[in-house]
Design a binder for this molecule. Structure first.
Ligand code: 5CA
Ligand code: ZN
Length: 388
């Protein structure tokens, strides 16, 4: 369409709303799934948040380059494969298939490049070697770690630049989210793993830094650098990625390039179910595919998600879904029943979405409109991804 205003987006690193319209172009990197237990409603909410950002940019006539990764080799995926006696490659492939089908059903615009870490082992290993050469990385036995202190001296990044957390909180989250603060031989407890040397029974690849596989954060740093110009406009993901993942992704990129990784670090709030974060490790999951199989209209799932502010944590319940089913029925009954244009609705949706993706307000604009014109229906489709 090309008439909307470019959105302002909340940035974790500064705590401020940031303009995202520089030069009529934007780049987006959203951290993709680790393909097991996909796709739950929490995943869907995060990808729909960034889909709303995409739609707002496109509506404002901005050229967007969008990349997403898939963490198709990592400890939790390997553990799940081992526990269920499935080959890890088959597990990853089948879950990525489900994810893509679910995203399509939910009308999520696909990324321009969807990149699996197992396809990018060579450039990742080359980046690890460069960090070793520059002194920003060191070995512990065969494994390679990032030296936070050296990187902070030599680059625009320092520990805490992105997450703004204190060290005690960092240590806690690092241990919870895949880090190894107690590994003997590290220079600092918070130095993250860049490369894990081959272990018996684990997948590994031959590379310039020896046989092994990539650490987590270097994956997203290198894939973003390969496919997009730096700094990114927005690096997005769920709020659980604030630390350690996006902190160290930013650190690795800065140490490798001297550039900032991203202009904005954006985080979506988490979806809860039965009082706890919907998560693979807790097992309290509601799958998009199960909802679809039980006959739920994918547009109702999307509306249920859009009814919540993307930054707020919220609870998935039957009532949330029922409200969305009702809303979809009401909107459908009103679609294309009004003559002529209805600028207030289109403007209302645009203004709300441009204001840090305020979709709850956009929905109330449509609720209040009564009969909808053809132009309204087009705006609802373009900006909210709901085709009535
Ligand atoms: N592969 C990494 C990112 S590089 C990863 O975090 N994968 S994931 O499968 O665990 O999560 C995929 C995305 O969904 C991440 O952005 C994560 O923050 C988000 N996510 C996970 N659980 C929830 C939840 N309950 N609510 C909202 N978003 C969630
Ligand atoms: Zn990532």
């Amino acid at each position: 369409m090309g008439h909307g205003t470019a959105p302002r987006i909340h940035d974790t690193a500064t705590g401020e709303l940031i303009e995202t319209h520089a030069g009529g172009a934007a780049s987006l990197y959203v951290c993709g799934i680790t393909p097991y237990d996909a796709t739950h409603v929490g995943h869907a909410a995060t990808y729909i948040a960034y889909d709303t950002l995409m739609r707002a940019w496109l509506d404002a006539g901005i050229d967007v380059a969008y990349v997403q990764n898939a963490t198709d080799v990592d400890d939790p995926l390997l553990e799940r494969a081992a526990a269920t006696g499935v080959d890890w490659r088959h597990l990853a492939a089948s879950q990525l298939d489900t994810f893509r089908t679910d995203m399509q059903a939910l009308a999520v615009i696909p990324p321009d490049h969807y990149v699996a870490v197992t396809e990018r082992i060579e450039p990742i290993a080359a980046a690890v070697q460069r960090l070793l050469n520059s002194g920003a990385a060191y070995r512990v036995d065969g494994d390679v770690y990032f030296d936070n202190a050296v990187a902070a001296e030599a680059s625009p990044w320092h520990l805490g630049m992105e997450s703004r957390l204190d060290r005690a909180t960092m240590l806690e989250l690092f241990a919870e989210r895949g880090g190894d603060p107690d590994r003997v031989g590290k220079r600092d407890a918070l130095d993250p793993l860049l490369w894990r040397a081959a272990r018996e029974g684990e997948p590994s690849w031959a590379s310039v830094v020896g046989r092994g596989r990539p650490g987590w954060h270097i994956e997203c740093s290198v894939i973003a650098q390969e496919y997009l110009a730096l700094p990114l406009t927005v690096n997005g993901g769920g709020i659980d990625l604030t630390f350690p993942h996006h902190e160290f992704t930013a650190g690795h990129t800065a140490a490798l390039t001297g550039l900032e990784h991203s202009h904005v670090y954006s985080h979506a709030g988490l979806v809860y179910y039965r009082g706890e974060k919907m998560s693979k490790s807790l097992g309290n999951l509601v799958f998009v595919s199960s909802l679809l199989e039980s006959g739920v209209d994918p547009r109702a799932i999307r509306l249920a998600i859009l009814a919540h502010n993307y930054r707020a944590g919220w609870e998935w319940t039957d009532a949330v879904l029922a409200t969305a089913v009702d809303r979809l029925a009401r909107w459908s009954a009103q679609a294309a029943t009004a003559d002529g244009s209805h600028a207030a609705v289109v403007d209302g949706i645009r203004t709300a979405v441009a204001d840090d993706l305020d979709t709850p307000t956009a929905l109330t604009v449509v609720d209040a409109a009564g009969p909808l014109s053809g132009e309204d229906v087009e705006a609802i489709s373009a900006l909210l991804g709901i085709r009535l």
